[in-house]
Design a protein around this ligand. Sequence first.
Ligand code: PAF
Length: 283
Amino acid sequence: METFTSIDAMRAWCREKSRGGNTIGLVPTMGALHEGHLSLVHAAKKDCDHCVTSIFVNPTQFAANEDLDQYPRPIEDDLAMLRDAGVEAVFMPTADEMYPGGPQTHATSVHPSAVALPLEGVHRPEHFVGVATVVMKLFQAAPSDRAFFGRKDFQQLCVIEHMVHDLNLPIEIVPCDIVREPDGLAMSSRNRYLSDDQRQRALCIGKSLNQVEQAFLEGNHDPKQLESIMADHLSPCDSVDYAVVVDRQTLLPISEITQNAVALVAVRVGVTRLIDNRELIVA
Ligand code: PAF
């Protein structure tokens, strides 16, 4: 497995590998890898001739009061996991390589609107500017045919799909299913912050989504009633940023589910912020 810290070297590797029409699959990550990330790698390896993964804890998507400094960086474990999974190349730039002179000196960034504005956009106002900008930069550094993203970060996936569409980027976004622990907790790099007690309490998130899905499948298409079912189950959390049922495309509130919707949750258990979701597909 080759590792690259320079954008030029990474780009040259992709150009070389794509000769003769071979396809490249990119899996962008911030490291602290788990089975959820590996499922993206497996999908990329299955779909594409070559697979590259990036590991970059992107400072511009963290607000000043967030966990940038504490964010886990078990780089040796990550590289071992990627090697075992059969990844051929890892792009692991320094912050200086990605943002020479610091992000504040850059004149250009990507400002997503519409789907970026509600929900996470309210609670983390600069987050999606940071995400969209770094994903755009990763697409330039590791030019690939397809990029693989998990559905757990549902709004992030929508923002990136819109960016690719709106800016005519020559890359296909492949959404991949949420991977859960056997007890239902969605896999996340932040789960490792949880104490045993907090982890037990966090199970209410998956349970609340199960209840909503069951009520929906039994014919309840009233978003307000579904949201109150969710809220009832989320009481073990320390706080709830949102627990909503919204339109699947726009992420805006709806008065009745007539087309596909999605239940989205963001909570805090202790100081750890966790998100999860469940798509509600109209038959
Ligand atoms: O989902 C993540 O891990 C990050 O937001 C991403 C897409 C790698 C951008 O930093």
